[in-house]
Design a protein around this ligand. Structure first.
Ligand SMILES: [Zn+2]
Length: 260
């Protein structure tokens, strides 16, 4: 079994305030290290569960420390990851450090792709977050999600949408920008155990009926102007703050995230 591990920073263990993850802040290097602890715990668990090849990618800008990555995993770049997913080489997908979708109560740093610009992302009438959007992309290539780690809110969200998966809750938000965390050793052991068990999870790929209607509601009309202009011919303006795009198939990640 070959495993793909997506990573993000907000749901990493030990990170309990918004201030800590500011790239210019004093705690950022520590956050990057914590991220690698979580990723390596997932790798260890996957190996114990029988994984053969493991691929991982940095899903949060500039937070990965490649020199700390467990060498049993292959780090792929953001440009290559889609090819790895399309290659037919990946059997199961995991996500480490995840966060809940924009607009979730008691969710640590909830957002969907852009906390500044994106208000709601709605596919076939359902609001989705990043975890589900990623699941939809890998699901188009027959790959199921089997494990998610992050705060309690994203784990709940992932189970609601994705069905029979393993989750590792490493913290609970007390308000959007604050969380109470498990001690680091407990957190990594929860991730390791979840990843190991996840290797025997039987889950279906997450798919939604085509044609897909993708609606993006932004906070301001000028953000919407920008998307409408950039994707002219591909999206339709619904109103001042909303664009819609229809898809008969999923070929690329950019298509479903309005980031082409
Ligand atoms: Zn994210």
């Amino acid at each position: 079994m070959n495993v793909f591990i997506m990573t993000d920073l907000e749901g990493v263990s030990g990170i309990d305030s918004m201030e800590k993850i500011q790239p210019e802040g004093a705690d950022f290097d520590w956050c990057r290290h914590r991220m690698m602890c979580d990723v390596n715990a997932a790798i260890e668990g996957a190996v114990r569960g029988g994984a053969r090849n493991i691929y991982t990618v940095e899903g949060h800008y500039n937070a990965f420390c490649p020199e700390e990555l467990d060498p049993r995993a292959t780090l792929v770049s953001l440009r290559e990851w889609e090819d790895v997913i399309r290659s037919g080489e990946v059997d199961v997908y995991m996500e480490v450090g995840a966060h809940a979708m924009a607009g979730t109560e008691k969710a640590f740093l909830d957002h969907t792709f852009s906390s500044l610009r994106w208000y709601n992302y709605i596919v076939n009438g359902k609001k989705l977050g990043e975890v589900e959007t990623n699941a939809l992309f890998v699901g188009a290539f027959g790959i199921p999600v089997v494990m998610v780690s992050g705060d309690a809110a994203v784990c709940r969200e992932a189970r609601t949408f994705l069905g029979n998966i393993e989750t590792a809750v490493v913290k609970t938000a007390t308000e959007r920008n604050r969380a109470v965390c498990l001690p680091p050793a407990e957190a990594v052991s929860a991730i390791r155990n979840a990843a190991e068990k996840a290797m025997s999870v039987k889950n279906k790929p997450f798919q939604m009926p085509f044609p897909l209607s993708l609606r993006l509601e932004l906070y301001r009309s000028d953000y919407c102007d920008e998307v409408t202009k950039r994707l002219s011919g591909k999206v339709e303006r619904v109103d001042a703050r909303c664009v819609e795009r229809m898809l008969d198939s999923i070929e690329s990640y950019g298509e479903i995230t309005f980031l082409e």
